[in-house]
Write a protein that binds this ligand. Structure first.
Ligand code: GTP
Ligand code: ZN
Length: 204
């Protein structure tokens, strides 16, 4: 079996280039003051700490490696030759344009080649890329590219359905709009019947 070198899907800011926690706390204080409030009033005094901690959680995908999650594979799948699909994977992400949350679900399927991966790892891959700044199209692509390069499957299909708070709570204020992105590779791209089965299963 040929093995394609894993493609780096994101260059994270090196830890050494990152501002200090103190600088991040000060940046939050500046934003609070810019919004018109007093960062020293009792209700806000601990807010920079909470916000910086929350950023640490929301963006911990920069310190995670999707390839590592997909490196533990199994080759004995006793003749199983159909797609493996995970539905309703929670997506909690932030758009790179406004740093606003976008929330929704991802649906991920792959048609195994030689390698099968533990199903939780697919959800972890979604989580890792979701916990970085990007747009929904890039998120969809990054999930696909990681699975493609590390598992070399016969095909991958990803659908992401999410509501962007930059559209619902500001800007155009369309509260019920959700955005769907899909991408198909390999057999899912070549075989409309397989793609249709994926979409039907994803929709439940
Ligand atoms: N394609 C794409 N666009 C996104 C995503 N998240 C947010 N956007 C859009 O990014 C665009 C940024 O447009 P700009 O005109 O630069 O910013 P803006 O003035 O804040 O735009 P409005 O949101 O229309 O007020 C907006 O149309 C957003 O709806 C995403 O995941 N994918
Ligand atoms: Zn946005």
């Amino acid at each position: 079996m040929s093995s394609t070198p894993a493609k780096p899907v994101l260059v994270a800011n090196e830890a050494s280039n990152r501002p200090s926690r103190e600088q991040a706390l000060e940046a939050v204080r500046t934003l609070i003051a810019w919004a018109g409030d007093n960062p020293d009033r009792p209700g806000l005094i601990d807010t920079p700490k909470r916000v910086v901690d929350a950023y640490g959680e929301w963006f911990d995908g920069y310190d995670a490696d999707a390839g590592k999650e997909l490196s533990r594979t199994f080759e004995d799948v006793t003749g199983y030759d159909d797609m493996v699909i995970l539905r309703d994977i929670e997506v909690e992400s932030h758009c790179e344009h406004h740093l606003a949350p976008f929330l929704g679900k991802a649906y991920v399927a792959y048609l195994p080649g030689e390698k099968v991966v533990g199903i939780s790892k697919l959800a972890r891959v979604v989580e890792i890329f979701a916990r970085r700044l990007q747009n929904q199209e890039t998120l969809t692509n990054d999930i696909i590219d990681a699975i493609e390069s590390h598992l070399q499957p016969k095909g991958v299909a990803v659908l992401v359905d999410a509501a962007h708070q930059c559209m619902t709570t500001r800007g155009v204020h369309h509260r019920h709009v959700s955005t769907i992105t899909t991408r198909f590779t390999g057999a899912f791209k070549d075989d409309p019947v397989l793609a249709e089965r994926f979409l039907k299963l994803a929709r439940g």
